[in-house]
Design a binder for this molecule. Structure first.
Ligand code: BES
Ligand code: ZN
Length: 655
């Protein structure tokens, strides 16, 4: 159809980039029989789709399928085994370049077992190194390898770091450029790959992955081990290949939804995630069929560095979302939304991260609105708008390049950007278009956008092209009104953005502003408020309250004891801003009991901002907490603490 000519101007020229159904061959080293049909997704080869965070040269040769056969060794903290890669090479191409970070490569062979020449080239700390394999005509290569014990994508937890305390646990986190520490493939979001895996773990552990489970109960694999097999027959970006293994159990939530968790957490998890099936239904009504079969989730141990990660068919979740009252489930709406924006239509490079997260944040509030009504959705939108204002301020103001949607990430780790901009400016952009054309037209366009780009990469340029071709359609007045290029390519918030206001939350903000030494906390009604109201109130309180007022708040509402992580986080930020000593034990408890970066990093940042009061607390707590953190979180906090240490060392030297 013509639409491909629009989206993929170069596709026709390259056999390796064509989108065609191709029958799967039987892999030699395959851990399992391959499925009937396998789709080969196109790669974009335009300049805007060039991924500077991968060594792959897809125009030369690309990976189309990955078959893993790996054993987890919890003693050595390594995964070892083989990765069989299916390769589509351009005519005359002699080599394929893969991404490798810290892998120990044992051998590389063709499917018939002939050794292939390979070398690991120069690289750097951020990207790892290129693994170059001479193809010698091979269309399939078998790499025998081991991951390193400090592979950044993997966290190996001791039994003490789990909720059940009896068995070890392993989980992976691929986004953005971490999967190259355990899978030797082309680790670029624009190079989609189907995959299959056989994972061997010690009994009684179970393994789960972001694909279809072929052996839910596992199979005996000798020496007290069990093997679990998986398959993803839809081409996905490689950062979406994910693995977890531990003492976990499953509870069904609906016909196609369910949750995995450690047995001691399972009941609370199932209760919290009660509405998930309804969310899937609502999302489908808005954006078309859910294309991934099941939507399951796994609640991980508390060191999981994110709130959620949208691994296909199996969202990974932090246990800090288990508030007990389902008040933090917009997180599920968010991860589910990625089944369209992110997993189905995927940012071609991390410079276009906003196309994953901004569209997802927009859809998240649409799902919340469909389930819980416009008032709750409006609250979440207005909190997001607050976050956006703060993010613009933190980035250095409306002229800062970091406030652009399309980013220039040269020399930058994609995980260290200004995330809130992508989320909230991106969502505000979509809301602005929606307001201009009306919801009905906008919904129809967005739904058709997912169909047009399904299982393909997207760039900002292509997004705008699609918008112009299929929504604006030459309406020059509309084009002018929307300011598309300002939204996508320029810093700051364009003048046509509308601030979402929640009258409900404004009441809490007003109450906070009016809160003084004379105010009785009892008069506030705080205990009758929901999570969002409480967070709004705490965030709007003046930062110079004084010990007595804080004591009254804490005493009346038991803030330091709250089980709600978002409320606790807002409270602790306020406490730190006031150098409120009685909250220090709660700060220490929180920072040593979970590793979600969104909470951990700002709290350490706040402590450091309180120089002589906060730094000793930060250093003491971090020494205790760091061993329990995932590399993603530890890396971010290291970066906060290090500069000051270096400065201190310098000052010491200077005398
Ligand atoms: N895909 C992201 C998590 C992510 C982003 C991992 C960038 C690595 C790099 C996920 O969908 C997400 O956005 N999680 C948020 C929750 C959301 C409700 C804002 C989180 O973890 O806080
Ligand atoms: Zn997201």
């Amino acid at each position: 159809m013509i639409r491909f000519a629009l989206a993929l101007p170069f596709a026709a020229a390259l056999a390796l980039a064509g989108c065609k159904e191709k029958p799967a061959e039987t892999p030699t080293d395959a851990p399992m029989q391959a499925g009937a049909q396998r789709m080969v997704a196109p790669v974009l080869l335009t300049p805007d789709a060039k991924d500077i965070h991968s060594y792959a040269v897809p125009a030369e040769a690309r990976v189309t399928h990955v078959a893993l056969n790996l054993t987890a060794d919890f003693q050595q903290k390594i995964l070892y085994g083989t990765a069989t890669l299916h390769v589509a090479a351009a005519k005359g191409a002699k080599r394929i370049i893969l991404d490798d970070k810290g892998l120990e490569i044992v051998s590389v062979r063709s499917r018939s077992g002939e050794p292939l020449r390979w070398q690991v080239g120069e690289g750097d700390d951020m990207l790892g190194r290129p693994l170059e394999v001479e193809l010698a005509g091979a269309d399939r290569i078998v790499i025998e390898y081991r991951s390193a014990p400090d592979a950044a994508a993997l966290q190996w937890l001791t039994p003490e770091q789990t909720a059940g305390k009896r068995h070890p646990f392993l989980f992976s986190q691929g986004q953005s450029i971490l999967n190259r520490t355990w899978i030797p493939t082309q680790d670029s979001p624009g190079i989609r790959q189907t995959w299959e895996a056989r994972i061997v773990v010690p009994a009684p552990l179970k393994a789960v992955m972001s694909g279809e489970a072929l052996t839910p109960e596992g199979e005996p694999a000798g020496e007290g081990k069990r093997a679990f097999r998986f398959r993803m027959d839809k081409p996905v970006a490689p950062y979406l290949i994910a693995l977890a293994a531990g003492d976990i159990a499953f509870q069904s939530l609906g016909p196609r939804t369910g949750v995995w968790a450690e047995p001691v957490t399972l009941k609370a998890a199932a209760n919290e995630l009660h509405d998930t099936e309804k969310m899937v239904d609502a999302a489908e009504r808005l954006y078309g069929p859910y294309r991934w079969g099941r939507y399951d989730m796994i609640v991980l141990p508390p060191s999981f560095p994110f709130g959620g990660m949208e691994n296909p068919m199996l969202t990974f979740l932090t246990p800090t979302m288990l508030a007990g009252d389902r008040s933090l489930t917009s997180l599920i709406a968010h991860e589910l939304a990625h089944s369209w924006s992110g997993n189905l239509v995927t940012n071609a490079t991390w410079a276009d991260f906003w196309l994953n997260e901004g569209i997802t944040t927009y859809i998240e509030s649409r799902i919340m609105e469909a389930l819980y009504g416009p008032e709750r959705a409006q609250m979440l939108k207005s909190l997001g708008w607050e976050d956006l204002q703060n993010a613009v301020r933190d980035a250095g103001g409306a002229a800062a390049p970091a406030t652009q949607l399309h980013l220039d990430l040269k020399g930058q780790d994609p995980d260290e950007g200004m995330a809130d901009i992508a989320y909230e400016k991106g969502a505000a952009f979509l809301r602005t278009i929606e307001a201009a054309v009306g919801r009905e037209r906008f919904d129809a366009w967005l739904r058709s956008y997912f169909d047009r780009h399904a299982f393909q990469p997207i760039t900002t340029r292509l997004f705008l092209e699609d918008l112009r071709a299929n929504l604006i359609k030459g309406d020059t007045a509309l084009e002018k009104k929307l300011q598309l290029d300002a939204w996508a390519y320029r810093p700051g918030i364009p003048s046509n953005a509308a601030a979402p206001v929640s009258p409900e939350l404004e009441k809490m903000a007003a109450a906070a502003k009016a809160y003084g030494p004379e105010t009785s906390p009892d008069a506030l009604g705080f205990n009758n408020w929901g999570t969002q109201e409480r967070v709004r109130f705490l965030n709007a309180l003046p930062r110079d309250l004084g010990t007595e007022q804080l004591q009254r708040l804490d005493g009346t509402f038991k803030l330091s004891q709250t089980r709600n992580s978002e409320v606790l986080f807002a409270w602790l930020r306020l406490a730190i801003a006031n150098r409120y000593d009685p909250a220090v034990p709660a700060i220490e408890r929180f920072l040593t009991s979970m590793g979600r970066r969104k909470f951990v990093e700002p709290l350490f940042r706040d402590l450091l901002a309180q120089a002589d009061w906060g730094r000793p607390i930060a250093e003491r707590v971090y020494a205790k907490a760091r061993p329990g953190y995932h590399a993603v979180t530890a890396g971010s906090v290291d970066a906060l603490l290090k500069p000051a240490e270096e400065e201190a060392a310098k000052a010491e030297k200077a005398g």
